[in-house]
Design a protein around this ligand. Structure first.
Ligand code: BGP
Length: 470
């Protein structure tokens, strides 16, 4: 059995702009759909978050101490184009400085071009990703990033989790009034896939040496039982949630099951052949995927009630709302797995299965661009003893190594998150970082940084290129 991770394996860690930078309205930054959500619930407040914008040099020094080979971060669209149209050089300057600082410290940047935070004004004017007009604006942002950063950045991701944002419309500004949610889902998948294809083509033209790929959130689906109806439901979930969008992004083809699902609801989603050709022609260099948990699917009759997937707001086990898509599948819990306080099932073997399924279907190298455990951490005498996170990450890294032994090319691993940041669904109550940030929801406190026990654990993993797992 192959024992070591490949030489040049990208041991990384990840963040996203609106969750970590803060400085939401300084130096010309415009209002994003994330900023507009500020205080729409108790914790969502992008104004300060972890103040990375002002402390990025200190944070990069911590990355260096951790031994990171690579750092995944996203570009805040509204720093560069505050209104989606007018260039803001101050915003550009921040990323120039961040990239320079990373390279000075031997850390390779992986840039996410879009992570949920487009300008609010584009949402107001034409419904954001619901409109084809979004593609022009996104291409403008991408071109600027390629021209400005392309001499120093080799790795790009186009759109983060285009498959999950269609499940949770509020993540990207919501469904415009009067629009049917299913129509919206299909249209956003299409617009994002076209944007992805055009950005990849642009990258090929401007930066032939760069590597670029799309990103999905992948929760593999297990059948609730071995009853064929449940096995079918699990297949439906995989195709509906993951393979329909990935088939568009990587192969330029539409999954027939989804065509038929929409047509039964009176919606014809067949795309014109030239659009499919365009998607097909823009083959990515890799598939990035975010993996936290697996799912369970059981049969769901066509006459069942439609239930949107929810989330667990309180962080008390049992509070998660499972989805129900009549005619496709309904979610359920998994009695074989432990779960986080927010009901995210912990399934390291599922990561290996995910790698195998994705590689088998697409034959593209993979990047694991998020993976981690959200938990309540306690700072005691300057220390955070997050053994539960070490346990989670260790088991996932082991399974990733087994996937590589199985023959799956995995290029890199980016745990979520490098540093504590505002969780999208639960604020600072639920933390993921290797570095603790002293603040709470509603009280920014000192914002001082502390290395957690997991920091030292990951430092050893990286230094030994994964051999310490033995
Ligand atoms: C992913 C997002 C991240 C991050 C993560 C954890 O879907 O790409 O931005 O938020 O999920 O989720 P949460 O913060 O809700 O715990």
């Amino acid at each position: 059995m192959k024992k070591f991770f490949p030489k040049n394996f990208l041991w990384g860690a990840a963040t996203a702009a609106y969750q970590v930078e803060g400085a939401a309205s300084v130096e010309g930054k415009g209002v994003s759909v994330q900023d507009s959500k500020n205080f729409s619930n108790a914790f969502h407040d992008t104004t300060v978050t972890s103040d990375h914008y002002h402390r990025f040099r200190e944070d990069v020094a911590l990355m260096k101490a951790l031994g990171l080979k690579s750092y995944r971060f996203s570009i805040a669209w509204t720093r560069i184009y505050p209104d989606g149209r007018t260039l803001n050089t101050q915003g550009l300057n921040f990323y120039h400085q961040l990239i320079d600082e990373l390279l000075k410290n031997g850390i390779e940047p992986l840039v996410t071009l879009y992570h949920f935070d487009h300008p609010q004004i584009l949402q107001n004017q034409f419904g954001g990703w619901y409109s084809d007009r979004m593609i022009t604006h996104f291409l403008m942002l991408a071109e600027t990033c390629f021209r400005e950063f392309g001499s120093r950045v080799r790795w790009f991701m186009t759109i983060c989790e285009s498959n999950n944002v269609v499940l949770y419309p509020d993540l990207i500004g919501g469904v415009p009034e009067g629009v049917d949610i299913e129509v919206w889902r299909f249209q956003v998948s299409r617009v994002m896939a076209l944007a992805n294809a055009r950005v990849i083509q642009l990258c090929r033209k401007l930066l032939p040496e760069a590597k670029i790929g799309p990103c999905i959130g992948y929760a593999i689906a297990y059948p609730a039982t071995c009853a064929p109806q449940d096995v079918m439901a699990a297949l439906n979930e995989d195709e509906f949630r993951s393979f329909y969008p990935l088939d568009l992004l990587c192969l330029g083809r539409q999954n027939p099951l989804i065509i038929s699902y929409f047509s039964q609801r009176g919606i014809d989603i067949r795309l014109p052949q030239p659009e499919l050709n365009e998607m097909n022609a823009a083959r990515p260099d890799f598939i990035a995927f975010n993996y936290y948990q697996s799912d369970v699917a059981k049969a769901c009759p066509t006459e069942a009630e439609h239930v949107q997937p929810g989330f667990n707001a309180e962080g008390k086990q049992g509070g998660f709302i499972y989805p129900s898509f009549p005619g496709l599948y309904a979610g359920d819990n998994n009695p074989f797995l432990e779960r986080s306080d927010w009901d995210w099932e912990i399934d390291p073997v599922g990561l290996r299965i995910a790698c195998r399924k994705l590689f088998d279907r697409y034959q593209l190298p993979l990047m694991i661009t998020e993976n981690g455990l959200g938990a309540r951490d306690n700072l005691i005498n300057g220390q955070v003893n997050d053994t539960y996170r070490i346990d989670y990450l260790k088991k996932h890294v082991e399974q990733m190594r087994l996937a590589i032994c199985d023959g799956v090319p995995v290029l890199g691993y980016y745990p979520w998150s490098f540093i504590d940041l505002m969780s999208t669904s639960n604020g600072y109550n639920k933390r993921y970082g290797f570095v603790y940030v002293e603040r709470e929801d509603g009280d920014v406190k000192t914002l001082a940084r502390y290395k957690k026990a997991s920091f030292y654990w990951y430092q050893n993993v990286i230094a030994s290129n994964g051999t310490l797992l033995d």
